[in-house]
Ligand binder design. Structure first.
Ligand code: G3D
Length: 207
């Protein structure tokens, strides 16, 4: 397809407007292929120790208690109705965060995991989240903030985290915030359903 495009372009068989139409048609075809394959790419991000791996394991029905720090990234696949979700679990240590951007391409949704008991690092958490949302490649991605570790005594509630992370200032994308507990799996099904519903409706709208 690309070579046909190059040939036509180089041989001046297209005017600019036709080129734009051709490009848009190409994009539509690519989107349809993606839809047909029903591949959804979700990035799981957040500060280290927030519970990203635990949450993914819980969602996948694996033992959530056997985690070790994610130093690079892992990809896990889950069948979800007609879709296949690819979860990218990326390490959150300070030294790794600058590499997050290497994984942004083609992302449909971001699961931002917050340790609701880690009050000291919430400012850091807010800054990282807002920096992330500035990334152009993530412009269309749906965001869900999961307030993890709700079982911990004194864990911050959803409303408090929403305010501390200044989520109301996010106006250019669909977002949601929900409570959860990675260890017990509470709230994860609801969170996953919400983000998948949002992504499905967005892809449908683009059709
Ligand atoms: P990360 O992938 O974000 O770095 P992990 O985080 O999934 O490795 O989890 C970090 C620690 O938090 C783990 O404890 C894990 O058991 C714990 N954790 C994750 N989710 C919950 C939760 O909902 N409640 C509680 N109480 N703890 C949770 P360890 O002790 O292995 O470091």
């Amino acid at each position: 397809m690309y070579f046909i495009y190059l040939y036509l372009y180089k041989n001046k068989k297209f005017k600019t407007i036709e080129l734009i139409k051709f490009k848009m048609g190409l994009l539509k075809i690519l989107r349809k292929i993606k839809l047909k394959e029903h591949q959804v790419r979700l990035l799981t991000l957040g500060l280290d120790n927030s519970g990203k791996t635990t949450i993914i394991k819980s969602i996948l029905g694996q033992d959530p208690t056997s985690t070790s720090p994610t130093l690079g990234f892992t990809i896990n696949t889950l069948k979800y109705g007609n879709n296949t979700i690819n979860f990218w679990d990326i390490g959150g240590q300070t030294t790794i965060r600058s590499y997050w951007r290497n994984y942004f391409e083609e992302t449909d949704g971001v699961i931002w995991v917050v340790d609701s008991g880690d009050k000291l690092r919430l400012k850091d958490c807010k800054e990282e989240l807002h920096n992330l949302l500035k990334q152009e490649k993530l412009a269309g991605a749906t965001l869900i903030v999961l307030c993890n570790k709700q079982d911990i005594n004194g864990a911050l509630k959803v409303e408090e985290i929403k305010n501390l992370l200044e989520l109301e200032s996010i106006t250019s994308r669909h977002w949601m915030i929900m409570p959860c507990c990675g260890l017990t799996g509470d709230g994860l099904k609801e969170g996953l359903n919400w983000i998948m519903d949002d992504i499905s409706s967005r892809i449908f709208m683009l059709e």
